[in-house]
Design a binder for this molecule. Sequence first.
Ligand code: MN
Ligand code: MG
Length: 616
Amino acid sequence: METTDLHVHVFPYDYCRDRPSDSVGLARTAKIIRSFRDEATNSLLVDNGDFLQGNPMGDYIAYERGMKEGDMHPIIKAMNVLGFDVSTLGNHEFNYGLDFLMKTIDGADFPVVSANVTKGALAANPRDDELFLKPYVIVDKMIKDGVGNEHPIRVGLIGFVPPQIMNWDRRHLEGKANARDIVDTAKAWVPEMKEAGADIIIALSHSGIDANDRSDGMENASLHLADVEGIDALFTGHHHLVFPGPKYADMTGVDAEKGRLFGKPAAMGGFWGSHLGIIDLMLARDGNSWKITGFTTSAPSIFERDGRKVIPVVESEEDVLATVQAEHDQTLEYVRRAVGKTSAPLHSYFALIADDPSVQIVSQAQTWYIDQMMKGTEWEGLPILSAAAPFKAGGRGGPEYYTDVAPGDVAIKNVSDLYLYPNTVRAVAITGAQVQEWLERSAGIFNQIEPGKKDQALINNEFPSYNFDVIDGVTYKIDLTQPSKYDSKGNVLDANANRIVDLKFDGKPIDPNQNFVVATNNYRAGGGGNFPDINDGVVIFIAPDTNRDVIVRYIVDKGTINPSADSNWTFKSVDGATAVFETGPKAKAFMKDVRDVNIEAAGEGAEGFAKYRITM
Ligand code: MN
Ligand code: MG
């Protein structure tokens, strides 16, 4: 049985939104673990890493309470209750530094293995690497056969993490650690495990499944790892997906229905406790050893979906909850309390008509983060721009559906209000010409405005606000007398139309051939919104961190943030024209913050919205 990517989720609770959640929590997965234990005569329970970071409880322990010598980390307490046999490290275990990690795993009642993270430089031979942890363990178990006789078995368990930790956590690891290619590491250690008497060998691969050709230092190497002789079965993770499962259909070497990687049994148990990865092996005594004579794999879930509704299928285990009740309560207090301060109001009431603090802060944090991540890469030194869109901007969400945080304290729950989706950060490398097209696509949210005409509707309501990217780091004007170049789906409407004018970088007209790094999210970089040329082909950096986490880190790092918008985009004036748009009634208090747009109240809008007029 495998848990993976728990990210500190023990309670079925979404701390970011400060409300219960039925799709997360080791306390729920625990119910499935125990029912399998009751049913199966022989079992092992492993964790595949990324247990330490990824929700506010993790941040609370790391940033607020700390880990003194002898302190117990709540996720380890919960895991100890369940009696894990072994765990490995995921990439997020390094997010709070090595010292914090080592103190945390000191409290574990189970061994933690990791074969490919070294202290200092890599040795010539992997088996001479000086490692932080044991590369593998061999667990001695007695197993009961069908008629009740007991036999000894030696199960070898070896752990791997993506070598990209050296880039993602450079600030913690540079000069202290190194990481070796997953498959190379396995090839070195698995024969030794055999020599040491392992009857079967199970890889704990905190790495996803990728059918591309093997490359050195590959991040998602589980498929190629399955090809290593001597490995009998694999638990995978890191991808936050489910295996067996349809997400891995039609990949060469992968049987997504039967749960096989190059014919070997494999499973991935979702994330945040959502699923339990199960590999059910049929073993037969083979002389002095054991052989696998059959297997099935599965990944039962703690919930079902009915449309958008999440229906729990198991209850929480009370003893698991009880062990971290105190930290749960402290985390609730933490998410409701300030982690930093903002010197300006953070709101999105005018996000569609002017540069806006709620978008500005996201871009500031993304730029700050990508600047760190580009260090030591071939992209270091390229100008960094940042794309961000208003997520909560009324529309179908209604007149209250806006970000609205007053100056002063910023709490964690405000950050989730600011960044609604659990996206992860990505960066793309594109040219100045492609920056322009990105903005042309965004500018399709506006209707065309005719000179001289009054009270024209400004916003095309078919166009979702999350596709209205503002790009920070350049300045530009939007000329609404022009038709939109792209329609609301991203198809070219009018190839000759250009709404983006005066596009400048560093105060000078942008060079269409200059290269830029643009910070964005996995949705946009993966082709979401069908933005011209923005897809996997231009992605240069896939972050392990959510945009939300990056914003929290930015606020913690800065203490006080100043999200005042820098007015880097405005409308080009249109002779004699006015336009109207609707926003929440609470917008009134912030009218004075809107610079460069001539705006006045224009009465009530539909369904509780307030109407405003812009003199273009
Ligand atoms: Mn993870
Ligand atoms: Mg700006």
